[in-house]
Ligand binder design. Sequence first.
Ligand SMILES: *Cc1c(COP(=O)(O)O)cnc(C)c1O
Length: 378
Amino acid sequence: MKVPLLDLKPQYRAISEEIHDAIKDVVESQHFILGPKVATLETEIATYTRSSYALGVSSGTDALLISLMAAGIGDGDLVLTTPYSFFATAGCIARLGAIPVFADIDPDTYNLSPESADKVIGEMTADQKARLKAVIPVHLYGQCADMDPLMHLAEKYGLTVIEDAAQAIGSEYKNCRAGSMGHFGCFSFFPSKNLGAFGDGGIVTVGSDELIENLRILRAHGSKPKYFHKIVGGNFRLDSLQAAIVSVKLKYLDAWTHARQENAAQYREMFGTAGLDKICKLPVEKENRHIYNQFVVRVPDRRDDLRQYLAEHEIGSEVYYPVPLHLQECFSGLGYKSGDFPVSEDAAVNTIAIPIYPELTVDQQTCVVDRIAAFYKG
Ligand SMILES: *Cc1c(COP(=O)(O)O)cnc(C)c1O
């Protein structure tokens, strides 16, 4: 039985008519950049994430970049984040001439550990502390980072908090939605995210009039009014077509999230029945709403052989992420070395993401678990 890591076709088939109508609307209007479709989506996402405002942007990466710009991050500033995330999290910091500073992750959630963050800041010189301007917690795989202690640290050191919620739309921490707790919330509509566009797209959420106004100006090359530039921004605009498609999909997001959660519960049962729960570490649900963008399992050994074996049996899997950010070649100048963040390095070697998408069937899940069991017991 074929089990892809992600199959977007059944989702598309179920809502294709509505999607086509939305696309037709935009095409007939010939209004392709920003416009009413983007404004509508911004209102809907602000409501959904329980934030005051949202601003549609060109990608999740640009959501992070424009937020850092709006926070005034630049040359020589330090920004604290996790070494265990998609590259964009740290890449955006470096692109602005700022310096990513890493702290290790929590072994249960794979999210930035508040204790490790506290320790890293504690060991900084007074000059470094003065240059530390922001923190980017990532809500990895669909579960929020432990925000209370992180917000506390941010207050203590006067840091801007930029939540990388690219994998976490609708996830919750103590009844707050991802993206509504920090100063900025950054989301991605990359097709493989839980709420995906038909191309690139993203959105930033904020809680204040001042921040939304700054972001709006930065999105259009820093101009206000048009052709008058007080600051340097960029082209961070979201297409009307993408916004129209995402608005249609948003109506179904909670049902899809529920299906992902059911699949996660099903896996737990199946791993238990197969006796695999003794040797594999399943996702630990710490915060109260995990949206399962990924279902990541820590396996005992031979992770890459397992991947190969699954691929031979037409089962898709992926490694998020094989090289922690502090060990990426482009960051070698930062002076980190292997062994600096053991929990992240262990996760990079021993974890694997298995299929969790909403339309996955019980038979497919059985097939995945049977194959993992055969690999470790055979
Ligand atoms: C996907 C992702 C991004 C970047 O989003 P794009 O829309 O692909 O630019 C940033 N951070 C994390 C954690 C992501 O998963």
